[in-house]
Design a protein around this ligand. Structure first.
Ligand SMILES: *[C@@H]1O[C@H](CO)[C@@H](O)[C@H](O)[C@H]1NC(C)=O
Ligand SMILES: *[C@@H]1O[C@H](CO)[C@@H](O)[C@H](O)[C@H]1NC(C)=O
Ligand SMILES: *[C@@H]1O[C@H](CO)[C@@H](O)[C@H](O)[C@H]1NC(C)=O
Ligand SMILES: *[C@@H]1O[C@H](CO)[C@@H](O)[C@H](O)[C@H]1NC(C)=O
Ligand SMILES: *[C@@H]1O[C@H](CO)[C@@H](O)[C@H](O)[C@H]1NC(C)=O
Ligand SMILES: *[C@@H]1O[C@H](CO)[C@@H](O)[C@H](O)[C@H]1NC(C)=O
Ligand SMILES: *[C@@H]1O[C@H](CO)[C@@H](O)[C@H](O)[C@H]1NC(C)=O
Ligand SMILES: *[C@@H]1O[C@H](CO)[C@@H](O)[C@H](O)[C@H]1NC(C)=O
Length: 758
């Protein structure tokens, strides 16, 4: 693969933009594209804010040694102060640069005069950005720059400052750092949380206009290599913020500190957003050629909301309605054109009263293609899985071989008429989302491209599928980890699933009941576990490649203990029982992690093979040197999937001899042995491990997290649920809004109380 890179130096600068009363600006880049002739196309949108006139043309230019063409659109005013006081405006223009194929990065700058007169006494401003044009080894694509913008003019009463959350969305999921630009001092008594991109005050801030120059930079969180068109490449260590950023760009904005208000109670004089309004940071979808609407609602009982400021794309229209009880409504409408396809557009808004402003909220709008999401599909929801069938006839041009679920190791299968996929709620990247009164398990079918393909003739597909459950029904009662059914679909294997159970004895017939989880064990107990595979195919072989013990249900935990590794039994107490080729039963002596862990989960990575293939992973068995193993593409086997069971909880007195203070040590106690410490390795990442993201996200445990873990391990009876079970299925066609964040605290509480009220 030779994806090139480019050293793109888009030179800018030249004259001086002369907008008086400059309030700030922002840049949004669309990911670079490699064209047939090897040159790169870089498109960016530039928003500029000012007091009364915003339609000056910006003055970026590009050197001929860097660009072969540089096309700028006209400048279009996109927002203004509709109260007639001329206090703010915003304009947007876009530019497409064609960059020579010998460049490895692309930079851009522009300067101007003059900032709105401000207490910091700043006059000249500089706008700049630089992006790397290497192909990333993780996505096989160019880096996407962080997305950000602000409304034209932030206005905060002096005594009512609350932290300002600046949009810093990275489409690649990179780490984004926001810092004060190195050539600009931070205004007095303001500080920035660099990783969260939150602006705070540390003391009294002066009344008047303050100007802010921030630099947003993204860094891959994983190790990646960047490959350039001249064949050179550089390695970037994950989360290394000392190395050059993949993209850096400046965000400039002004904030007026207004005279203090008599009361800062939100919803009285200062407007507050009501729950109809999207949350800050939400990602919403718009469809090319279709009208997209975004609604916000704000309330101020003791002041009148007279307008909303909006930072949005050209041709987005704003409709303002003042209603009763101090409630005002904003409706933004936009019909993305063909040129907007796959654009990711930041949109921010605030509600305005004469003396103050609401918080600023920002969302990210992702533009997709209409053809993608038309067609007929059915989603069937069951208590533990979701099945989707797409009618091929309704979606011409769709290629099943290039479709995958959110977790890229899950693909789909097809019969003569339909494209089919089945997944359980814990597999294939299915996410648990909160939608007010409902809990939604959501996944998506999307197409992918091969890195070597320059031109794609297949249609791009993005279909959201979800199963929606009312919150009033306790989902814990049937969605239990211990009841886990892990279901996957792969093109060669159709749908298949695994169950992973704990048994009462070595007959492996009576399972430990669901309500007994977490399973209580004592240190010398023997634990019986069994994995069973089920497949559409009549004959398959199950292979257990690895099993490890972890202190929580995150298969990537850095603390783990290998029971089976590379198909080889590693723990001397582990005994495998003979059984049929779809079953793997074993016993192991109980042990626990030293330190503050009283629970253990077992996570195994499993593979199905077609029997009789000599080079399959199943046929190879225990491998002391797994690197010598043959390529999977030659044989018919699934990728390895990770399945987890637990927790086992330890009861009784802790063994005093097990008291060691190093957390990364496992203490195993056997009747015939002295205490034997095993030093844990630092984690390495197995590429094959699939992460049930529902669980993983939770383990990051933000204050807003749902405690899914608690829900999952709540021991409520399964029967309760059956009667109350109500599934609504939703095929989200058209504009789909999904909430990446918790809507509000009340929803959270109602979930918790209905979830496990016992
Ligand atoms: C802007 O770009 C020009 C041309 O590359 C460069 O000479 C100049 O130093 C840059 N200005 C800033 C402030 O980076
Ligand atoms: C790229 O090619 C152009 C035109 O051939 C040349 O002017 C420019 O100096 C080259 N740039 C680099 C970085 O090699
Ligand atoms: C910063 O805040 C402190 C404490 O509120 C105040 O005494 C000081 O004057 C402030 N500094 C400026 C420059 O306003
Ligand atoms: C990333 O690279 C560093 C430095 O080469 C290495 O120490 C580390 O193990 C790598 N991490 C992963 C997850 O590969
Ligand atoms: C915006 O709307 C104007 C007129 O309503 C139209 O001429 C123009 O093509 C539109 N521009 C875009 C980028 O959609
Ligand atoms: C808004 O406030 C300004 C001064 O703060 C005042 O001059 C103006 O009359 C007010 N406008 C309205 C509509 O209340
Ligand atoms: C393909 O599967 C779908 C859904 O299960 C079914 O309705 C359809 O009849 C199947 N088509 C064929 C040709 O088997
Ligand atoms: C196992 O099963 C056999 C017959 O099915 C029965 O006789 C025996 O008691 C069972 N053992 C245990 C420990 O339950």
């Amino acid at each position: 693969m030779e994806v090139g890179a480019i050293y793109l130096l888009l030179l800018a600068l030249s004259g001086i933009s002369s907008t008086l009363s400059f309030y700030g600006d922002s840049l949004t880049f669309q990911p670079a594209h490699k064209q047939k002739d090897g040159t790169y196309k870089v498109t960016f949108h530039y928003r500029q804010n000012g007091r009364s006139s915003c339609d000056d043309k910006s003055l970026y230019t590009c050197e001929s040694g860097v660009c072969t063409s540089f096309e700028e659109s006209s400048v279009l005013q996109t927002d203004q102060d509709d109260t007639g006081q001329g206090r703010w405006c915003q304009s947007e223009m876009h530019t497409t640069a064609t960059v020579r194929n010998n460049q490895t990065s692309f930079s851009l700058n522009q300067s101007g005069c003059c900032w709105e007169s401000n207490v910091d006494g700043k006059t000249n401003w500089i706008s700049e950005a630089e992006l790397d044009l290497g192909s990333r080894s993780d996505s096989h694509a160019f880096n996407s720059c962080p997305l950000t913008t602000t409304v034209s003019y932030l206005r905060v009463p002096q005594n009512c400052f609350s932290p300002i959350h600046i949009l810093a969305h990275d489409p690649d999921g990179d780490l984004v750092r926001c810092r004060f630009s190195s050539n600009a001092a931070a205004p007095a008594n303001f500080t920035l949380d660099e990783m969260e991109c939150v602006l705070r005050t540390t003391g009294k801030v002066d009344i008047g206009v303050h100007v802010f120059e921030l630099m947003l930079e993204d860094f891959s969180s994983k190790n990646i290599t960047l490959t350039y068109s001249d064949g050179t490449s550089v390695f970037r260590e994950g989360s290394d913020m000392e190395s050059p950023p993949l993209c850096k760009m400046k965000l400039q904005f002004s904030m007026e500190i207004l005279p203090p208000l008599s009361s800062c109670e939100r919803g009285r004089v200062q407007p507050v957003f009501l729950s109809k309004t999207p949350s800050h940071g939400d990602v919403v979808h718009a469809t090319m050629g279709q009208n997209f609407q975004l609604n916000a609602q704000a309330k101020a009982t003791d002041a009148s909301i007279e307008d909303f400021q909006v930072s949005g794309p050209r041709n987005m229209t704003k409709e303002f309605n003042a209603g009763q009880h101090g409630i005002a409504e904003l409706t933004l409408s936009w019909t993305p054109q063909h040129s907007d396809l796959y654009r990711i557009v930041p949109v921010c808004f605030t509600a305005e009263t004469n003396q103050s402003q609401s918080e600023m909220r920002c969302v990210v709008v992702l533009v997709t293609q209409a053809a993608l999401i038309q067609g007929s599909a059915t989603v069937t929801c069951s208590p533990n899985k979701m099945a989707v069938a797409l009618d091929k006839a309704s979606m011409p041009g769709i290629d099943v071989n290039f479709l995958q679920l959110r977790d890229s190791s899950c693909s789909l299968t097809s019969n003569g008429t339909h494209i089919l996929g089945v997944m359980s709620f814990s597999t294939c990247g299915t996410k648990l989302l909160d939608k007010g009164d409902f809990l939604v398990f959501a996944n998506e079918i999307r197409s992918y491209e091969l890195p070597s393909e320059v031109i794609i003739r297949r249609k791009a597909v993005k279909i959201e599928i979800s199963c929606q459950f009312p919150k009033t029904v306790s989902i814990s009662s049937y969605y239990n980890l211990q009841k886990s059914d892990y279901i996957f679909t792969e093109s060669n294997f159709g749908s298949f699933g695994y169950t992973f159970e704990i048994y009462n004895d070595n007959n492996f017939t009576s399972k430990v009941e669901a309500k007994k989880y977490p399973v209580e064990v004592q240190l010398l107990d023997t634990i019986y576990m069994g994995i069973q595979a089920e497949s559409d195919l009549p004959s398959v072989t199950l292979f257990v490649e690895s099993c490890k013990a972890i202190p929580n249900n995150n298969p990537e935990n850095v603390i783990f203990y290998d029971l089976i590794k590379n198909g080889c039994v590693k723990d001397e107490t582990l005994v495998v029982y003979p059984s049929n080729q779809k079953t793997y039963n074993f016993e192991v002596q109980a042990f626990k992690f030293n330190g503050n862990y009283d629970q253990v989960y077992i996570t195994c990575s499993v593979i199905l093979c077609e029997p009789g293939t000599p080079y399959s992973r199943c046929a190879q068995g225990c491998l002391s040197d797994p690197s010598r193993r043959r390529k999977r593409s030659l044989v018919k086997e699934t990728v390895s999937h990770s399945i987890t069971q637990g927790p086992l909880r330890f009861i009784g007195h802790p063994d005093p001899s097990a008291a060691m203070d190093h957390n990364l040590v496992v203490i195993k106690k056997r009747p015939d042995m002295d205490v034997k410490p095993v030093v844990m390795q630092q984690s390495r990442r197995t590429a094959e491990v699939i992460l049930p993201s529902v669980f993983l996200e939770d383990t990051k445990s933000s204050p807003e997290s749902w405690g899914i873990k608690e829900i999952l391990s709540a021991n409520t009876s399964t029967l309760v649920f059956a009667s109350a079970f109500l599934v609504s299925l939703v095929m989200l066609v058209g504009v789909v809004v999904y909430f990446t964040r918790k809507r509000n605290e009340e929803d959270h509480n109602s979930l918790l109380s209905s979830g496990y009220d016992n």
